[in-house]
Design a protein around this ligand. Structure first.
Ligand code: HEM
Length: 171
């Protein structure tokens, strides 16, 4: 067999990235007593993004100024808590070698930064006239934020539950 030495059955392909000495170091370093700060902080922007959309729908339905003001606050606090969550996530990404080495972590970063830009736009759009801002662009921005936060959270969950990033891998 002329090609045997190149196509041996037991020959294994080697991933050069996985050979990096820090590849298996994936445990969170931005944590309080072992509890990752990023995982604790993401609930706030996720929930507030949904609240902004809910308040916009209620304003559209009732015409009550209260809901437009609630949407302004939910959009603003969603953005600010999102930035805090983003800071802890970015520190984790840059400081932990095994997280930094995985492409999936960078994919999550790109989706999350897109989300933060949209959350900031949604807030800024409402700052000079929160009632007029709701229809149509405010509610459309809120709907888009809900879709993107869904992708961000789903993908973040994949990092933890599929790739075991931020965990000590149970050992
Ligand atoms: C902007 C930069 C961000 C980076 C670099 C980043 C990075 C990460 C990393 C490395 C993880 C794995 C767990 C860990 O190491 O703590 C993670 C998990 C996660 N991320 Fe982010 N993230 C960012 C922003 C966000 C934002 C803005 C959200 C949502 C609003 C979010 C939602 C999540 C969720 C839901 C998880 C799973 C947490 C769990 O189930 O325990 N991330 N992220």
């Amino acid at each position: 067999m002329p090609n045997e030495e190149f196509q041996g059955k037991d020959e294994k392909l080697i991933d050069p990235v996985a050979q990096d000495p820090g590849y298996d170091q994936t445990e969170s370093q931005i944590a309080i007593l072992g509890h990752p700060i990023h995982a604790m902080s993401v609930s706030f922007p996720v929930a507030l993004t949904f609240c902004a959309f809910g308040a916009d729908i209620l304003y559209w339905w009732t015409g009550e100024a209260f809901w437009a003001r609630a949407a302004l606050w939910a959009a603003g606090t969603g953005f600010l808590f999102g930035m805090l969550a983003g800071l802890s996530g970015t520190a984790e990404l840059l400081l932990v070698s095994g997280i930094r080495a995985r492409a999936a972590a960078w994919t999550h970063f790109i989706i999350a930064v897109t989300l933060l830009a949209l959350l900031g736009t949604n807030w800024g759009h409402r700052l000079y006239g929160y009632e007029d801002a709701v229809l149509p662009y405010g509610i459309l921005l809120s709907a888009l934020c809900v879709v993107i936060v869904g992708f961000t959270g789903w993908h973040g969950g994949k990092l933890v539950f599929d790739y075991r990033l931020g965990t000590s891998k149970g050992s």
